[in-house]
Ligand binder design. Structure first.
Ligand code: APR
Length: 175
């Protein structure tokens, strides 16, 4: 079976070791997938996020980095929170920051013996990152990481809607 699969659905329902949250630097919840994950995990998730050390006032997870907490009421044992870049047109290192998100989430997963992992389309909602470009970055970073690190059983790229599903599938086909 393929290591990396594209699925369509609600990431909070997936029975994997860890799901990735597209958070913001404060890591105290939000809308989109962040809101859905906090809603499904319950209030303990926000309490756990409040315990994450502030790298500077108001910033627990700088853009491009990743932090891990338990999943509480979620089916997944862990939530790996990452903060994608806000799209400002492409000239501000957005692609590198997004690549760092994938790499840092994968590295944190290995450190916590996470064998099955699900990613949402980081930065492709509120943060406005072009979906096609984001999908290529996701596939490229996962492929290069897993070429070296033969560790994972399953990596899911989760599309919330049909349009994103098609984008993620076409990106897979071209890697
Ligand atoms: N399951 C899977 N994917 C989802 C779900 C869900 N339940 N809900 C939303 N998505 C998808 C969106 O359709 C989009 O394709 O997740 C992708 C990322 O969109 P956002 O959640 O808006 O995340 P992002 O663009 O990274 O913006 C992050 O939004 O919610 C706030 O606190 C968050 O400030 C942060 C910002």
């Amino acid at each position: 079976m393929e290591l990396v699969r594209v699925v369509q659905g609600d990431i909070t329902k997936l029975e994997v070791d860890a799901i990735v949250n597209a958070a913001n630097e404060q890591m105290l919840g939000g809308s989109g997938v962040d809101g859905a994950i906090h809603g499904a995990a319950g209030p303990q998730l926000r309490e756990a996020c409040e315990q994450v050390e502030q790298w500077r006032p108001g910033v627990r997870c700088p853009t491009g980095e990743a932090r891990i907490t338990p999943g509480f009421n979620l089916p997944s044992k862990w939530v790996i929170h990452t903060v994608g870049p806000i799209w400002h047109g492409g000239g501000y290192g957005e692609s590198n920051y997004l690549a760092n998100c994938y790499r840092n989430c994968l590295q944190l997963a290995v450190e916590h013996d996470v064998r099955s992992l699900a990613f949402p389309a980081i930065s492709c909602g509120v943060y406005g990152f072009p979906a096609n470009r984001a999908a290529m970055i996701a596939h490229r970073e996962i492929a290069s990481f897993t070429m070296v690190e033969d560790f994972f059983d399953e990596i899911l790229l989760v599309a919330f809607d049909e349009a994103m599903c098609r984008v993620l599938q076409s990106a897979t086909a071209s890697v």
